[in-house]
Design a protein around this ligand. Structure first.
Ligand SMILES: [Zn+2]
Length: 273
């Protein structure tokens, strides 16, 4: 999918660059291949940055870290629910009394409605992660709107709570996504630290990568599933999670759901020196 997105974005950049160079050429008769190549290269790089860089403000504001510089961290789990892993993760969170945020996929939520209910019942937050986890940069507004609305409708039907956070699959965006997300009542969010746990690097690596990158206001991206794959295996994360929670707590951080992390600076948080 990445080569196709790159190809189409590059074609758009080429067309825009041609327009930018073509108009002065018509007016002044001046044409420089070098200027054309420069405009194209810069334009193409900016567009690709907007699509693939999760923190890019090019296509609208995106929250990827808490603005409150407090010793608080948010655990976020994408691509679930997916059993038995989501329930195992919920057991661990309950054991440590940690609240987290689950960016669920609509299709998976339809398969495991009881798990979705349990997430909310135990005080965690549910975010919207589209209905089918399709990559969205090349999708038209109506399709993106349908993906978000169907998922929010389903989560609200199951739990009575409508999601207020949206995270795009892979964090990839396009120029019209932010507007649609907001119209559907959600805030677009990304993440601070991804540890690539879906690559199954081993529990030790998941722990090391997490502890190395955690910081004040960190939004940590983890996965209780992998897209809509039925055979996704999150056992390494389940093995790593108790140690991650224990060590991050030892480092002086508290855990908050993502909405709480980004909304306000809790009084009990102390700035970590
Ligand atoms: Zn995802």
């Amino acid at each position: 999918m990445i080569p196709i997105i790159v190809l189409i974005v590059t074609s758009v950049a080429l067309a825009l660059s041609f327009t930018v160079v073509f108009i002065p050429w018509l007016v002044t008769g001046f044409f420089s291949p070098l200027v054309f190549i420069m405009v194209f290269t810069i334009g193409n790089s900016i567009l690709l940055y907007g699509v693939f860089e999760r923190r890019s403000p090019l296509f609208g504001k995106i929250i990827w870290k808490s603005a409150n510089n407090n010793a608080a961290v948010s655990l976020t789990f994408d691509d679930g629910p997916h059993e038995p892993y989501t329930s195992q993760i919920l057991d661990i969170l309950a054991r440590y009394n940690v609240k987290a945020t689950f960016f669920t996929i609509g299709e998976n939520a339809a398969q495991y409605p009881e798990t979705v209910k349990r997430i909310v019942k135990e005080g965690h937050e549910i975010g919207n992660h589209t209905y089918t986890h399709d990559v969205l940069p090349l999708k038209l507004p109506r399709y993106i709107c349908d993906q978000i609305r169907r998922t929010s409708d389903l989560i609200e039907y199951i739990t009575g709570v409508r999601p207020v956070l949206f995270r795009a699959p892979h964090g990839w965006r396009n120029p019209w996504m932010n507007k649609i997300v907001k119209e559907e009542g959600c805030i677009p969010v990304a993440w601070t630290l991804g540890v690539w746990d879906t690559d199954r690097p081993g529990a030790d690596k998941i722990i090391t990568r997490t502890l190395k990158g955690v910081e004040n206001g960190c939004i940590l991206l983890l996965h209780d599933g992998r897209g809509v794959e039925s055979k996704a295996d999150s056992s390494q994360l389940v093995e790593a999670l108790p140690i991650i929670i224990h060590r991050i707590t030892e480092m002086g951080y508290i855990f908050l759901t993502l909405s709480k992390l980004i909304e306000e600076a809790p009084k009990r948080c102390q700035t970590r020196r």
